[in-house]
Design a protein around this ligand. Structure first.
Ligand SMILES: Cc1cc2nc3c(=O)[nH]c(=O)nc-3n(C[C@H](O)[C@H](O)[C@H](O)COP(=O)(O)OP(=O)(O)OC[C@H]3O[C@@H](n4cnc5c(N)ncnc54)[C@H](O)[C@@H]3O)c2cc1C
Length: 415
């Protein structure tokens, strides 16, 4: 069997490697360079703590408030874009307790295997992308904010077996001396969260593809999929190449809707643009990964560097770079940290998160093309879910039974 994978981000590459391990011949097609889009400059958090989707009760009011602040970390378009406004409407309709809980339960089935699937993957491929098990801090500058997470932290401890603990400011400063005294009231810590360095992982995955004998066609953009009698027979590239295969995988992240014509269902995915800045570790910088939860900025100290990241811009496929977003990220980090930055800046970056209204990815066969598998739409957790999503896709495509129920991630589900 020959499988053609479109998209060389974390999802496409893990799917390719898992299929090769099962004896499948694989060709991976990437329009640019492997791993250089959203999977590259993200914050590297493997975060089972992110069980709830963004669409929860009160989310719309919170977003509106954030948008009104001077340095808004969230932005929406004023232009008319029917597809985006439809997406935002469906998102809004899901901001209720019932839908949020249903999505959380589905997401948890993937998140529960996030870390173990990665550590098994690293062992199988003998790679080491600076994986560290240090937990994750959720830091608050107001008591109201800190107390506001209590209900969820208690629920995740009670119902999902996670280990959450609240720290007052003194306990926080003892655990993480990189925090500026007086800048926060305390934090929640989730022991289950871990992290790695995504750009290092991308380079190691790309090398593993070669070692495993995956045929890689980079700088090759797929223009369309050719369907005959309810099956895809080939992909057509923008250069006029036609590449045939037995099964096909769409792992194009935020770009997935652009190739949805043969899917037979809407791939309700919108790019959610985020930014990051990477540099060496500041001398008195933090040692633990953390999120300033009221300001939506994440800080990840890697073994060989340090990254700040944030913001969510819904502006369609807008490729402009807005340096003000980086300014917001740096200023926020400076507010909380003794030493928030270091020279030289190695990279200022943006990427499109593949967002869905219900916060769940699409993992399953396309309704209208029997041999087309979709593995796209991993929202803010594509790095976290990379190994398990690749494994699930490979299990189904190679005829094994998926190790978890994939019904909640069905393509064409009602959102
Ligand atoms: C600032 C920021 C911070 C984040 N932090 C985290 C985090 O801490 N933890 C976490 O789990 N997630 C995080 N994320 C989200 C995570 O980065 C994404 O969910 C994940 O990278 C998506 O992976 P992907 O493979 O689906 O998409 P991508 O990495 O974007 O890969 C898709 C690939 O498909 C290719 N492609 C598209 N169209 C075509 C075509 N027609 N032909 C050929 N190739 C094509 C693209 O070039 C691209 O390489 C963050 C995102 C951002 C922006």
């Amino acid at each position: 069997m020959h499988t053609i994978i479109i998209g060389g981000g974390v999802i496409g590459m893990t799917t390719a490697l898992e299929l090769r391990r099962r004896g499948v011949e694989v060709t991976l097609i990437e329009k640019g360079s492997l791993g250089k889009e959203c999977s590259w400059g993200n914050c590297g958090l493997i975060c089972p703590s992110h069980i709830y989707p963004l669409a929860v009760p009160g989310a719309v009011t919170k977003v509106m408030k954030l948008m009104l602040s001077k340095d808004a970390p969230v932005a929406m378009p004023l232009r008319w874009n029917p597809r985006l406004w439809g997406f935002l409407t469906r998102f809004t309709m899901r901001c209720n307790a019932k839908d949020a809980k249903q999505a959380a339960l589905a997401k948890y089935s993937l998140l529960a295997k996030a870390e173990s699937s990665w550590t098994e993957f690293f062992a199988d491929e003998t790679i080491d992308p600076e994986f560290e098990r240090k937990g994750g801090l959720f830091i608050y500058r107001t008591q109201k904010g800190l107390d506001g997470l209590r209900g969820e932290a208690e629920e995740l401890t009670r119902d999902f077996g996670q280990h959450w603990k609240m720290l007052d400011e003194k306990q926080l400063l003892t655990l993480e001396p990189g925090i500026k005294p007086g800048s926060s009231v305390g934090a929640w810590v989730c022991e289950e969260d871990t992290h790695l360095r995504p750009d290092v992982l991308m380079q190691q995955l790309a090398a593993a593809l070669v070692t495993r004998g995956v045929k890689v066609l980079d700088n090759t953009e797929v223009a369309s999929l050719r369907r005959e009698a309810g099956k895809i027979v080939a992909v057509e590239t923008v250069n006029g190449q036609s590449i045939q295969g037995d099964t096909f995988v769409l792992a194009t992240g935020a770009w997935a809707p652009k190739l949805e014509e043969t899917v037979g269902a809407r791939l309700d995915i919108q790019p959610g643009k985020g930014y990051s800045i990477t540099m060496p570790q500041p001398k008195k910088g933090p040692v633990l990964p953390m999120i300033f939860n009221e300001d939506k900025v994440a800080v990840t100290p890697f073994k060989t560097g340090y990254r700040l990241g944030s913001t969510m811009e819904f502006a369609g496929y807008d490729t402009s770079f807005n340096d003000k977003r980086i300014g917001y990220i740096v200023r926020t980090a400076q507010r909380y940290l003794l030493e928030a930055t270091a020279e030289p800046v190695q990279e200022k970056w943006w990427g499109w998160r593949p967002m869905t209204p219900d916060g769940l990815p699409f993992i399953g066969w396309a309704p209208a093309s029997a041999n087309l598998f979709i593995n796209s739409g991993h929202n803010m957790e594509g790095l976290t879910l990379g190994a398990i999503s690749g494994r699930l896709a490979a299990q189904v495509i190679s005829g094994q039974t998926a190790e978890i129920d994939l019904a909640p991630f069905k393509v064409g589900r009602k959102i």
